[in-house]
Ligand binder design. Structure first.
Ligand SMILES: Cc1ncc(COP(=O)(O)O)c(C=O)c1O
Length: 346
């Protein structure tokens, strides 16, 4: 098995600066549950990076961050609109629905992107109390297909959502990859686009484990910190999550790491361009690639490289590059694809 996997960006390890920050925080005793100096500094650093006086809630995982974000602003008779490809809908074992006590409504999308046109049919009065009331639209940036909303698209979506009295949540498990690809700041892609709540990922981009919920629209939530505790995402030794975020934000380490992952994905596309029998089903905007390949080629390739088959019937694989993917890794994978395709006569 190739030690550099293309299965997911959380198959990668921890960036040395993040590990060093954890080690540096490992001194003496400090108040638990986030009442420590690291958490105060990391919260302030996030507010600075996002140019907002957001409420910051550090938590363990991406599913937990989404659950807190959505549960903090919905009541059990309310609904969350999302693409039917959304992680919250397809890959969180109904955790959001369990914690919200409400409903997720999956809607049509294009490679994970939704627009006002897809949302509109769900905004009518319905049958009054017989239907749930939409309260939040959640989008993933970049989508689960690695496709980006431009800042203009996000801003338009936020305006539309707000005009209808709803809130906009962004699942940003790979938000750093999006901001790096778009060449903008975190603030420009978050609050400046009208995002109300963001699940800001770290784990997929070099942290050992840590995500942050950022509530930009503080008026929309009540006691979100209690929601975090109920959702079992309040770390007692929080300093070790906060210390990771301090390292992540220092000199924009997040951007350096995400840019490397993005650049390796784009290099992989370049190396694969001339391979007959391979095409990418959607644009490669960040660090996720969806190549369509003959099934026997996927099977043969998986003997040496660790990655997932995305859609068996359509013969589509998923490759994800990480902050530590190298040009050699990319060359090895693309050369193997070319070799196997020609050997199997496709
Ligand atoms: C878009 C997206 N959101 C959220 C998550 C949730 O992450 P976790 O596995 O930490 O719960 C993932 C993980 O794959 C993801 O891809």
């Amino acid at each position: 098995m190739n030690e550099r996997a293309f299965a997911s960006d959380n198959a990668s390890g921890v960036h040395p600066r993040v590990l060093a920050a954890i080690a540096a925080a490992n001194q003496g005793h400090t108040p638990a549950y986030g009442d420590d100096p690291w958490t105060a500094r990391a919260s302030a650093a996030l507010c600075e990076a996002f140019n907002s006086d957001a409420e910051v809630l550090f938590c363990f995982g991406g599913t937990g961050a989404n659950v807190i974000s959505l549960a903090a602003v919905t009541r059990p008779h309310e609904a969350v609109l999302c693409a039917d490809s959304a992680h919250v809908w397809s890959s969180e074992c109904a955790a959001p629905e369990r914690f919200l006590g409400g409903k997720l409504i999956p809607i049509a999308h294009q490679f994970g992107k939704i627009s006002s046109a897809e949302i509109t049919p769900y905004l009518g009065p319905g049958r009054g109390v017989h239907h749930t009331r939409p309260r939040v639209v959640t989008v993933t940036q970049p989508t689960e297909y690695g496709v980006l909303y431009s800042r203009e698209e996000l801003r338009e979506l936020a305006d539309f959502v707000h005009q209808h009295g709803l809130l906009l949540h962004v699942d940003g498990a790979r938000f750093a990859n999006a901001a790096a690809a778009l060449g903008c700041t975190l603030a420009e892609l978050g609050p400046e686009c009208g995002v109300d709540i963001l699940s800001f990922g770290g784990t997929k981009n070099g942290l050992l484990g840590g995500e942050a919920v950022l509530i930009f629209n503080r008026a929309a939530t009540l006691h979100a910190d209690y929601t975090r505790k109920q959702a079992m995402q309040l770390a007692s030794k929080m300093r070790f999550i906060s210390a990771q975020f301090l390292a992540y934000l220092e000199d924009e380490l997040w951007r350096t790491l995400a840019s490397q992952a993005n650049q390796m994905a784009s290099l992989l596309v370049t190396h694969c361009t001339d391979i007959d029998g391979l095409d990418f089903i959607c644009p490669v905007d960040c660090n996720m690639l969806f190549p369509r390949l003959p099934q026997p080629v996927i099977t043969e390739l998986q003997k040496s490289f660790y990655f997932y088959t995305w859609d068996e019937q359509e013969s589509i694989a998923r490759w994800i590059t990480s902050f530590d993917t190298t040009e050699t890794d990319v060359l090895e994978l693309s050369s193997a694809v070319a070799r196997i395709i020609s050997a199997l006569g496709h």
